[in-house]
Design a protein around this ligand. Structure first.
Ligand SMILES: *Cc1c(COP(=O)(O)O)cnc(C)c1O
Length: 392
């Protein structure tokens, strides 16, 4: 090689010039190095234990399968790259990730959570409060001044945006500034948005977390959670919690989640445009009392979502005329839509959330949470419209 010949760059799956867009990162991040005859895709490593280093454990050794796994690490690298964060940790489920973050609060400390937080998060917090381990302050998360007023003396602000299932939109930058001013750690459950639509770390949050059971994996076939942070001390504590409590995902789940993540941009785009179109058509439907989706100009979260998100997501709240009973009839009448819990898969599903006694009373009894999938929108519309008309 002569002097003036540049060193050939190592193939890295990165474009030649400029930073890759997130749609590209979703495809490229967390792959093995592009080496001659190496695998293009990340293999699944099914191992409970790893061969010991001579002379005792070396820094960074996995050692045992509760400490680490190469397949988790590939997924973690990919989600960290999408969120623009340094460290990601995968967990056995979204709720395991939420529990790990709550464990950052010292015993007897205080967490501030949305009045309409995800039902599972509420239940974990309730248990900790009942045990005397935690104090809780619930706040209307869309009201930045009210949240700020609840921060002094708190340890953790657990934001969700958009919220599950009321689709309230929190002012992420405003809350992050208020939390930092009070020395309160801020975590954002960004499950509904995915890293393609919002990146809470860039707005000043310390932690962003996902139920990877939803959009990140995208096929309703696994449970996982992921937490991302730039804070090394927080990452170390979360890693220790995951290891000691055994809140670890299976390698196969991590592999499936990474495989699903490759199509995240396509799925989010298609599901989001389907959702916006259905929301638009549902407004004014004779069987519908109210539609909640941040894409609607009349939605209370519309302006804020437009300012801080790159799209509006694919969850729609639908209040059916005629109360809980009419809403249940819609669930029974759909054929293409599936009446089931959970969300974020390629298939369209719906559920009346108040069928759970544990669901917040802030959620109207007639509210159906629609998780809009990637099917042809006209098929989704015909099926839903026909089911709604059966209630008239
Ligand atoms: C589903 C969900 C969770 C919990 O995740 P699991 O993977 O079901 O444990 C947490 N937060 C939100 C917003 C969710 O929708």
């Amino acid at each position: 090689m002569t002097d003036h010949e540049p060193e050939p760059a190592a193939p890295t799956h990165e474009p030649h010039a400029g930073r890759a867009a997130l749609a590209t990162v979703a495809v490229t991040a967390g792959r093995p190095p592009a080496e001659p005859d190496g695998p293009l895709s990340t293999p699944v490593v099914l191992a409970s234990t790893f061969v010991s280093s001579p002379g005792g454990p070396q820094a960074g050794d996995r050692g045992y399968g509760r400490w680490g796994n190469p397949t988790w690490e590939a997924l973690e690298e990919a989600v960290a790259a999408l969120e623009g964060g340094r460290r990601a940790l995968s967990f056995a489920s979204g709720l395991a990730a939420v529990s790990a973050v709550l464990e950052l609060v010292p015993v007897g400390g205080t967490v501030v959570i949305p009045a309409g937080a995800y039902n599972g998060t509420n239940q974990v917090v309730d248990r900790l409060v009942t045990m005397g381990a935690l104090n809780v302050r619930t706040v209307p998360i869309g009201d930045t001044a009210a949240v700020a007023a609840a921060l002094p003396g708190a340890d953790l602000l657990m934001v969700e945006s958009p919220t599950n299932p009321l689709l309230e939109v929190a002012d992420l930058a405003g809350l992050a500034a208020a939390a930092r001013a009070e020395g309160v750690l801020m975590a954002v459950d960004s499950t509904f948005a995915t890293p393609l639509l919002q990146r809470p770390l860039a707005t000043g949050a310390t932690i962003v977390l996902h139920s990877a059971s939803k959009y990140l994996s995208g096929h309703s076939d696994l449970l996982m959670g992921v937490v991302v942070t730039d804070d090394e001390a927080v990452a170390r504590r979360l890693h220790e919690y995951r290891t000691l409590r055994g809140a670890v995902p299976g390698p196969m789940e991590a592999w499936l989640a990474l495989r699903g993540l490759r199509t995240l941009a396509l799925r989010v785009e298609r599901a989001g445009s389907n959702a916006a179109e259905l929301a638009r058509r549902l407004v004014g439907h004779p069987a519908v009392e109210r539609v909640r989706h941040p894409s609607l100009p009349t939605d209370p979260g519309h302006e804020r979502a437009r300012a801080q998100m790159d799209g509006f997501g694919a969850i729609v709240g639908l209040e059916v005329r005629g109360g809980a009973e009419a809403a249940e009839r819609v669930c029974a009448a759909v054929r293409l839509w599936v009446h089931t819990t959970s969300l974020g898969g390629v298939e369209s599903t719906l559920e009346r959330r108040r069928r759970y006694p544990s669901e917040s009373v802030a959620v109207p009894p007639s509210l159906l949470r629609l998780s809009v999938g990637i099917e042809a929108v006209d098929d989704l519309w015909r099926d839903l419209d026909a089911a709604l008309r059966e209630t008239l």
